[in-house]
Design a protein around this ligand. Structure first.
Ligand code: TIU
Length: 220
């Protein structure tokens, strides 16, 4: 076990059974003209973490540890998008409609691609998820168990939506979860701050939180 200084107390990372999960670092959320922008958000905040997420991915690759990427995405016929999700929001354009980067949140469209600096390498698992959480309708639980993974390190966007939902789902499934605080971001700084606190509160009710430098220094 590798001990990583973390909140609320040191996190034990099993180097034989860990994986990095990079949530939804796709153009839809990070670049102007995507889904996040259509919802009325300032995407500049999210762009700022790209170098740190890229460095975290490089660290895992360097150690030979698995990296898993997710994308929030729907089939072109939107058959995997519940009508309630489709109706949600009051933006000018909605899921499946045309934007500057193609149809919003639709698999295979330019906007659905992961930003270049965080792009999946050959052989890395890429999970297309129709929900906010990474386990809903993805089969990922079985894949992780087949691979013997027990420890998940989380990064990506947005902190209180897809990252937190995925981390809570993982926590309920028995995975030991660590969120890298400067490799995740929200459109709402106060929501990010609250999420980091609520994850680590009550003795780590959802998991642990640590900065990238603490993780890097502990594993180097
Ligand atoms: N809107 C928002 O903050 N997030 C999402 O819709 N999806 C993800 O967090 N990936």
């Amino acid at each position: 076990m590798i001990e990583i200084p973390a909140d609320p107390y040191p996190y034990g990372l099993d180097p034989e059974r860990c994986a990095l999960v990079v949530i939804d670092m796709q153009r839809d959320f990070i670049e102007p003209g995507g889904f996040g922008h259509a919802l009325g958000n300032d995407v500049g905040l999210l762009q700022a973490i790209v170098p740190t997420v890229a460095a975290l991915i490089a660290l895992f690759r360097d150690r030979g540890w698995p990296v898993i990427h997710t994308r929030e995405s729907h089939a072109p016929d939107l058959g995997d998008c519940p009508p309630a999700k489709l109706r949600r929001g009051r933006g000018t354009i909605r899921i499946g409609e045309d934007g500057p980067m193609g149809r919003l949140l639709v698999r295979g469209e330019p906007g659905n691609a992961i930003v270049e600096a965080c792009a999946p390498a050959a052989g890395e698992l890429v999970v297309d998820k129709p929900g906010k959480g990474m386990f809903h309708a993805t089969g990922l639980d079985a894949t992780l168990r087949e691979r013997g993974i027990t420890h998940l390190v989380f990064a990506g966007v947005t902190t209180e939506v897809c990252v937190q939902t995925s981390m809570r789902e993982a926590n309920d499934r028995g995975f030991e979860c660590l969120l890298v605080s400067d490799a995740t971001e929200s459109y709402f700084p106060e929501f990010k701050a609250a999420t980091l606190r609520m994850i680590a509160a009550q003795g780590g009710i959802v998991g642990w939180v640590a900065g990238f430098a603490a993780l890097r220094d502990a594993v180097s």
